[in-house]
Design a binder for this molecule. Structure first.
Ligand code: ATP
Ligand code: MG
Length: 568
């Protein structure tokens, strides 16, 4: 490709709308352009990268035995009504109607459509197992599109759906996808972790996520290598601590705490540690408000809390009026003592003594609150996020916390969709069997952003070889003035192209500094500089994007190096 024929606009300035480095670099390098909130055009350079991701995913899916198909992006409401998700999915679902007034949605996912395919196509156990996949555009009306293509509204997903006769078959299909996903992320050259996950609104039992590790990740991952344990913090379990509670040493007292509404303010005001305080949160329940009590320094885990009996899903915090109705005080003063609504205590409160808590009166807290004496012994539940240093479930170590970007998710759905939509086959005894289903997603577009989060420096993107939009760039210096340089550069270009290297020649009339800066920003792995001085010595300047220094190589040596290391 010739730079002169590839209208590429790179930006020097960091675009103000981009919070994280991958988004900034994708805009600066001209990979994407924003159309509207959460909608992006993949420019030719970016599309080359996207297609590379797609190709690796497709190859590994094919290798696993999955079959590619392509379903419509637009889906009829009737299918979603069959599974109840037309109501449940909420505002994330982009709904529309056609000229006849029939309801449709732009698919955020395809369980309903594929289950409809399966119930029509699959009749006999002899047709199983089967795993269908597609690479296709999804739309989710995300509440906060951000980070460019990492959380956009329209994005490209690889989604696969397996169908088996029984749960044992599903286990096998799931295992195959697990292995295929590992192979995909390894081939893409990403540092990733597989973690246990919540199956969320999609339903089903077992599920794992694949996370690219990066500081900017929206997810927190709890892990312990000694215990071979890794889980999304959303689902990482905590247990009731073992041991004895210390004896009470303080009498119960009410203290005046005007304008003290947060744990931080409370600790500052009373000179106590957050570990001594109880944080009481009022949430909406099916039959009125419910109180959730945590140790003051802990965070509520919404995924766990919304699974408690009577608590509304999705978890909704009570508004100020509801808090007052439930506690008799405004927000910031709730506490478990004398509270007239159902209360759940987190496990970590089990062994606390001489606690500080809200008094359910404006401007007042209690000190010296003790379980068994002032309030009933708590039966405790798991409603907090794990923190670094918590014991692992296996008991062999302590948890560490890392940030991750979810790039893949595999689920064992079981019969949730197949039962609702009556997708069944006949087994070898002629009995009807509801299909066991799995679903497996990869965020193709998100991977591009995630890869940049992991691979960049001050000058720009440092693509893993497999993802680079070009393998090599030729930078001729003074090409307009020297015919020798022009000829040598053109010859090099033809040579590399004929050997299958995807090479870009920077044939613009621009200063060398501009050309170097662009090549670095775009992140092309191999750079060859052709100059009059180098040619006189029969040499070409070579530099890999990851190297700090360039080297002078003989022409053939330079060529072989590029060809040898390019993925031809
Ligand atoms: P998240 O928790 O990040 O919202 P999800 O769990 O809702 O994602 P899945 O339903 O598991 O997503 O979708 C499969 C994959 O699609 C995800 O692992 C992710 O890589 C990708 N994906 C999901 N939502 C988006 C989005 N808004 N923009 C880009 N990619 C996305
Ligand atoms: Mg997910």
């Amino acid at each position: 490709m010739r730079y002169s024929q590839f209208p590429l606009t790179t930006l020097k300035e960091v675009p103000a709308e981009a919070e994280i480095v991958s988004h900034q670099l994708m805009l600066r390098a001209g990979l994407i352009r924003r159309l509207a909130s959460g909608l992006f055009t993949w420019m030719p350079l970016g599309l080359k990268v996207l297609r590379k991701v797609e190709a690796v995913v497709r190859e590994e899916m094919d290798r696993s035995g999955a079959l590619e198909l392509l379903m419509p992006a637009v889906q009829p409401a009737e299918l979603w009504q069959e599974t109840g998700r037309w109501e449940q999915y909420g505002p994330l679902l982009l709904r529309m109607s056609d000229r006849h007034g029939r309801d449709f949605c732009f698919g955020p996912t395809h369980e309903e459509v594929i289950t409809d395919v399966a119930r029509r196509e699959l009749r006999s156990y002899r047709q199983l197992p089967v795993n269908y996949y597609q690479i296709q555009t999804k739309f989710r009306d995300e509440i906060r599109p951000r980070f460019g293509v990492m959380r956009s509204r329209e994005f490209l997903m690889k989604d696969a759906y397996s169908f088996d006769l029984d749960p044992e078959g599903l286990e096998v299909a799931y295992g195959k996808m697990h292995d295929a996903y590992r192979a995909i992320f390894e081939r893409l050259g990403l540092r990733f972790r597989v973690v246990d996950a919540d199956s969320g609104e999609i339903g089903g039992s077992r599920s794992q996520e694949f996370h690219v590790l990066a500081e900017s990740g929206e997810d927190a991952i709890a892990y312990c290598d000694a215990d071979s344990y890794a889980s999304n913090v959303e689902t990482a379990a905590t247990e009731r601590p073992a041991g004895e509670r210390p004896a009470a040493t303080q009498a119960l007292e009410t203290v005046s705490t005007p304008d003290v509404r947060t744990i931080d303010a409370l600790c500052e005001f009373l000179k106590v540690r957050p570990e001594q305080t109880l944080k009481t949160l009022i949430v909406e329940g099916e039959d009125g408000p419910i109180a959730l009590v945590l140790r003051g320094d802990h965070e509520l885990n919404a995924v766990k809390a919304q699974k408690l009996p009577g608590v509304k899903t999705p978890l909704t915090m009570a508004g100020p009026d509801a808090v007052r109705a439930a506690t008799g005080a405004g927000p910031g003063y709730a506490g478990p003592h004398g509270l007239g609504v159902p209360v759940f205590f987190d496990h970590a409160t089990a062994l606390m003594a001489d606690c500080v808590a809200g008094a359910n009166r404006d401007g007042a807290h209690l000190t010296g609150l003790n379980f068994g004496r002032d309030i009933d012994e708590p039966g405790t539940v798991d409603i907090r996020n794990v923190v670094a240093g918590d014991p692992t479930p296996g008991g062999n170590g302590e948890l560490s916390i890392a940030r991750g970007i979810e790039v893949g998710h595999i689920f064992q759905l079981g019969d949730k969709y197949s039962r609702a939509m009556n997708a069944a086959v006949l087994d070898d005894e002629g009995r009807e069997r509801v299909l066991s289903m799995g679903c497996y997603g990869i965020g193709i577009t998100r991977i591009v952003g995630a890869a940049i989060e992991q691979n960049h420096d001050d000058a720009g993107i440092v693509w893993p070889e497999q993802l680079a939009p070009f393998d090599a760039v030729i930078v001729p210096i003074g090409m307009d003035k020297s015919e020798t340089v022009r000829e040598a550069a053109e010859e090099l270009y033809r040579n590399l192209e004929s050997r299958g290297v995807d090479v870009l020649i920077d044939d613009r009339n621009a200063r060398p500094g501009v050309k170097f800066a662009d090549a670095e920003l775009i992140g092309i792995p191999h750079r060859l500089v052709v100059s009059k001085r180098g040619l006189a010595a029969g040499e070409i300047e070579y530099r890999h994007r990851r190297d700090t220094e360039s080297v002078q190589l003989k022409r053939d040596e330079a060529l072989d190096r590029v060809v040898g290391e390019s993925l031809v």
